[in-house]
Design a protein around this ligand. Structure first.
Ligand SMILES: Cc1cc2nc3c(=O)[nH]c(=O)nc-3n(C[C@H](O)[C@H](O)[C@H](O)COP(=O)(O)OP(=O)(O)OC[C@H]3O[C@@H](n4cnc5c(N)ncnc54)[C@H](O)[C@@H]3O)c2cc1C
Length: 374
């Protein structure tokens, strides 16, 4: 009998899940409002004008069996196993993967959030129209803010760039790695201001790039599915919604609420393993096998600081810093390799279902081990 899976969202998590399922003969419909894949991890390059196109044709990434449905999901009817789409007929499913991603949230009027394609397009235009000397403000303390500030400062050396961060920059870096990163930012011409961002200061900037806050689409909450306080779909350690055995969640839009998973950040390096695991667990459920708890960790985090500089912090599996960190051109080259690898991993999964593997997570706590054994 045919099995139908619907994947909502064609980002890193959704595309990985689609390829893994299609390669095992599952009928996959991948719902995406966009006609091309957006490499979000390259949007700072596009914003600053150092990359002409951050998108990739889906035809080069997807297993040939994946049916791309160009639409946005508007509501999930879990009881009927049906997804209502804005512009197309509804889709019925046997299995659903929820992977609709995230966006920076809370931008004040006049600020532009460059972390999605349309925002990056607007930010790129705003930067291009700056007169020499006009200041740029970047707000945020995470990876996106640091990469946007550094890339912009290198590309627009005649425009002063100030990075406003409420707390410590890249908090998962060691103090020594952060000191070196701050030196790189200073060399690039970025002024860093930490402490509560003063909205009164921002209007002085000719362009305000908002890279703070974290928001997800309201689709899960609107559909009556369990969500956390931020609206992320709440899933168990098997990436499955409690009480909804046919719905799995992956990537930025989902959160594992079982104990022991609080270390997982909203990154591409979290999203791809979750997408692959959600698909594997659907395949296991179809085969009548037990579903293992998700086990995913980290080895390193790379940050690009313009095209010729970067920082690479080696990490323990639980996203805490090791002693070793790299900087300068070597880190920039390694970051570029990692960005290319993301597409290679997706394409590898399209060629052979199950090809993509990832680092193991931190040693399981007793609670998580008990869950895994249950
Ligand atoms: C500038 C920048 C640099 C970054 N650098 C790194 C990095 O170096 N390393 C790293 O690990 N992470 C990095 N990240 C974070 C990373 O991009 C995200 O964590 C990752 O994209 C999450 O993947 P995802 O598949 O969950 O969601 P996304 O990639 O956001 O994809 C979700 C998709 O769902 C679609 N969608 C939304 N609503 C609906 C709907 N209703 N119906 C159907 N589809 C919908 C969206 O259009 C989108 O295409 C960076 C992010 C930015 C912005």
């Amino acid at each position: 009998m045919e099995t139908n899976a619907v994947i909502l969202g064609a980002g890193y998590a959704g595309v990985m899940a689609a390829n893994r399922l299609a390669g095992q003969g599952v009928n996959v419909r991948l719902v995406s409002p966009d006609s091309r894949f957006t490499q979000r991890i390259r949007l700072h390059e596009y914003t600053a004008g150092t990359r002409t196109d951050p998108t990739v044709a889906f035809s080069t990434l997807l297993h040939p069996g994946v049916d791309l449905v160009e639409a946005a999901a508007e509501e999930i009817d879990a009881a009927a196993r049906r997804v209502h789409l804005g512009s197309s007929p509804p889709l019925d499913y046997d299995w659903l993967v929820y992977a609709v991603g995230s966006a920076n949230a809370g931008a004040p009027a006049g600020a532009i959030a460059p972390d999605r394609l349309n925002g990056a397009q607007a930010a790129r235009q705003a930067l291009q129209s700056l007169a020499p000397g006009e200041p740029v403000a970047v707000v945020g303390g995470g990876l996106t803010a640091v990469e946007v500030a550094a890339e912009t400062a290198h590309a627009y050396p005649r425009n002063p760039v100030t990075l406003h961060a409420a707390g410590a920059l890249v908090p998962h870096f060691s103090a020594a790695a952060r000191t070196r990163l701050l030196r790189s930012l200073a060399r690039a011409g970025v002024t860093v201001k930490t402490g509560q961002v003063d909205p009164e200061e921002l209007p002085d900037a000719a362009a305000v790039l908002w890279c703070a806050g974290f928001g997800v689409p309201g689709l899960a909450a609107h559909s009556g599915l369990p969500v956390d306080a931020g609206g992320r779909l709440a899933v168990d350690s098997r990436l499955r919604v409690r009480g909804q055995d046919r719905i799995f969640g992956a990537g930025d839009a989902a959160v594992i609420t079982d104990p022991g998973y609080g270390y997982l950040p909203q990154t591409c390096a979290t999203a791809m393993p979750m997408g692959a695991e959600a698909a594997s667990n659907i395949l296991r459920a179809l085969a009548g096998e037990a579903l293992p708890a998700h086990d995913s960790g980290f080895q390193a985090q790379c940050v690009s600081l313009g095209r010729a500089d970067g920082a690479l912090q080696f990490l323990h599996p639980g996203y805490t810093p090791r002693r070793v960190h790299l900087h300068g051109r070597t880190a920039a080259v390694l970051k570029e390799v990692v960005c290319r690898m993301t597409l290679r991993w997706i394409r590898g999964e399209a060629k052979r279902s199950g090809a993509y593997t990832w680092p193991a997570g931190p040693r399981m706590t007793e609670t998580t081990s008990a869950l895994q054994a249950a």
